[in-house]
Design a protein. Structure first.
Length: 311
């Protein structure tokens, strides 16, 4: 660097030269304040959003909370993007840069980008909008996306973020989602498959299961999680060491694993006390042709164990 060219510039430097820089700093500060205010306002409007959604849906408070959290999060991101785009344009203008040619060039570049690969971005955003509008999934829902199960941590216009039971984060572009299942929409179910030995009375085992269900629904901890009495579908299959009895529990959304695990524990203890023998050996995987929902699973000596992404 030639210091002889720099020193004269420093000698000619005046307070007027600080005005554009001060304006830029003011614009940046204003943008930060606007983003903070917008987030606060959306947080306040979130309660209004809950009131607007309530008459249109029979969902409970938890369901409405999850939907409001999802929509408000998307709005915060969208507004922040617009604020910072405007702030950058104003800063460039204050620094003496002609924004019009830049915008023209940006428009041309955007056109080329759309022509080369922007279709994927547009598809991601459009699919994200439909996911939000149709209320397919919400933040904190347990969902299966393209075969991956986990808790929805983020739901943006372009991507959906899941965290599985091992803590691994999976990011899906919304346009690449081909299969989506929501396991905690309004209510959830836990399917029980427990094996009873041939020398044991199946009717006695079903009676014990219903008694356990009555005890759990009267329990202060598990009772509020259970929406209906256990639905016993009956003997589902004959195996070489016994028969498989299938039943289903209907619970509050997201509580099926808590209820199911407690039911498994009580089945094991209660059957032992009543002298009901469980199957001593069973296949690792049981495939059922039962057309009723939620029939797949494994068979254990007591009851089906369903994997929870919250484990």
């Amino acid at each position: 660097m030639d210091l002889r060219n720099v020193l004269p510039r420093l000698e000619d430097f005046t307070i007027q030269d600080l005005i554009p820089l001060a304006k830029v700093m003011f614009v940046i500060f204003s943008a930060m304040v606007l983003v903070w205010v917008s987030r606060r306002l959306i947080g306040v409007l979130r309660f209004r959003l809950l009131r607007l959604m309530k008459p249109r849906s029979g969902a409970d408070k938890i369901e409405l909370e999850k939907r409001a959290t999802t929509v408000s999060g998307a709005l915060k991101t969208l507004i922040a993007v617009f604020i910072w785009i405007g702030a950058i344009g104003v800063c460039l203008k204050q620094l003496g840069l002609d924004v019009a040619p830049l915008m023209t060039g940006a428009g041309a570049a955007a056109g080329i980008a759309i022509g080369l690969g922007g279709q994927n971005l547009a598809r991601d955003v459009m699919n994200g909008i439909f996911v939000l509008l149709e209320d397919q999934i919400r933040v904190n829902d347990v969902a299966i996306i393209n075969g991956v199960s986990g808790v929805v941590e983020e739901l943006n216009l372009r991507t959906t973020v899941l965290r599985d039971a091992e803590g691994v984060v999976h990011v899906f572009p919304n346009g690449a989602i081909t299969a989506l299942a929501n396991r905690t929409r309004v209510y959830s179910c836990y399917v029980l498959n427990f094996g009873v030995a041939f020398d044991s009375d199946v009717d006695k085992a079903i009676k014990a299961l219903k008694d356990i269900d009555l005890e759990m629904r009267a329990d202060a901890t598990f009772g509020p999680m259970m929406l209906e009495p256990v639905e016993v579908w009956g003997v589902d299959q004959f195996l070489d060491t016994g028969v498989v009895v299938k039943a289903r529990l209907k619970t509050v959304a997201g509580k099926q694993w808590d209820v199911g695990r407690e039911m498994n524990r009580r089945i094991r203890n209660e059957f032992r006390e009543r002298g009901i023998a469980l199957m001593s050996r069973w296949p690792q995987i049981l495939a059922s042709e039962d057309p009723q929902p939620g029939t797949e699973g494994t068979v254990t000596g007591a009851a089906q164990v369903q994997e929870s992404p919250r484990a």
